[in-house]
Design a protein around this ligand. Structure first.
Ligand SMILES: Cc1ncc(C[n+]2csc(CCOP(=O)(O)OP(=O)(O)O)c2C)c(N)n1
Ligand code: SF4
Ligand SMILES: [Mg+2]
Length: 281
């Protein structure tokens, strides 16, 4: 992407709300950003519609701030709470029919490779747990089996948040919701473990309570997907509205989960580790 592409034509620029002018003028483009830079640049408009204390919104913000080259990144989303924020972020974004994200991302990645053979164009799927573990499971797995060079990021709030609280394959056993009041009868679907045996060359499980690790995982997953193969990052992004905890407790809930079933884990093949070492040196 060139600066020309993100700069609106004069007539249109005058009509844009200030929030969008800020995305253009103070967005993340062309400069390397990090966690410490959050709040000093504009990666998402302030009036995004996530609930107060939303773990998904935090996961989206940290992931966007960790993109190695936002100007050359295409984020693919699907219905779910994450797409509220993503659709209003300073990044190229395309939505898909629910669950189709990895199929659409595969096609776009191949098309971008043909159109820009000498440049890296990163295609990054950023969607909810229901989109990956339930309705889009077959398309996700087949993109990994085919070794498509895309990064897949799950924002795991352990529920269908966007539609008012239905049980997801990633919900915890025993957890009850507004629209699933009797409690879940089986454990979380082990997508992280499935990723490791389905073709992913790099996989990480992390929570929003560890922003440094999270951002490193996002960056690594995107760099490795450029050359080596599919990658997967699963982020625990607790939802105060549906899990019914106070909205100022999100980090505490994530921290507690880290001590229990959401401890940090990383899987990397030798080929991916060597690639990363060469890239950094
Ligand atoms: C084909 C299709 N089925 C169902 C829906 C309705 N729908 C929209 S979002 C959603 C659940 C999203 O859950 P998840 O992927 O976990 O994301 P979250 O909202 O929790 O972030 C559902 C079932 C839809 N839009 N399209
Ligand atoms: S329902 Fe949950 S995941 Fe969705 S915006 Fe609200 S807090 Fe975030
Ligand atoms: Mg969800």
């Amino acid at each position: 992407m060139s600066e020309k592409i993100i700069t609106p034509v004069k007539e249109f620029a005058e009509l844009l709300p200030q929030e969008y002018k800020d995305l253009v003028n103070e967005g993340p483009f062309f400069e390397r950003r990090n966690k410490k830079d959050l709040g000093t640049f504009k990666e998402l408009i302030d009036e995004h519609p996530h609930c107060a204390g939303c773990g998904v919104a935090l996961g989206v913000r940290l992931s966007l701030a960790a993109l190695p080259t936002p100007e050359d990144t295409l984020v693919i989303g699907t219905p779910g709470c994450s797409f509220f924020g993503l659709a209003q972020a300073a990044v190229h974004y395309s939505n898909t029919a629910f669950g189709n994200q990895n199929a659409v991302a595969s096609g776009l990645k191949r098309m971008l490779k043909i159109r820009f053979p000498d440049q890296h164009k990163d295609v990054v799927v950023m969607v909810g747990d229901g989109a990956i573990a339930d309705i889009g499971l077959d398309l996700t797995l087949h993109s990994w089996f085919r070794r498509e060079k895309i990064a897949t990021i799950m924002l795991d709030n352990e529920v269908y948040g966007n539609t008012g609280g239905q049980e997801s394959g990633m919900s915890k056993q025993g957890q009850a919701f507004n629209m699933a009041p009797t409690g879940k009868k089986f454990p979380k679907v082990p997508i992280y473990d499935i990723a490791k045996i389905s073709g992913c060359v790099y996989a990480v499980r992390v929570t929003v309570a560890s922003p440094q690790k999270l951002m490193r995982a996002i960056r690594n997953s995107i760099l490795i997907a450029r050359e080596v193969g599919p990658t997967y990052v699963q982020i625990y992004t607790p939802c105060p509205t549906n899990l019914k905890f106070p909205s100022d407790q999100t980090i505490k809930v994530a921290k507690e989960a880290e001590k229990d079933y959401y401890a940090y884990e990383e899987f990397v093949t030798q080929e991916a580790a060597d690639y990363l070492k060469d890239y950094e040196s």
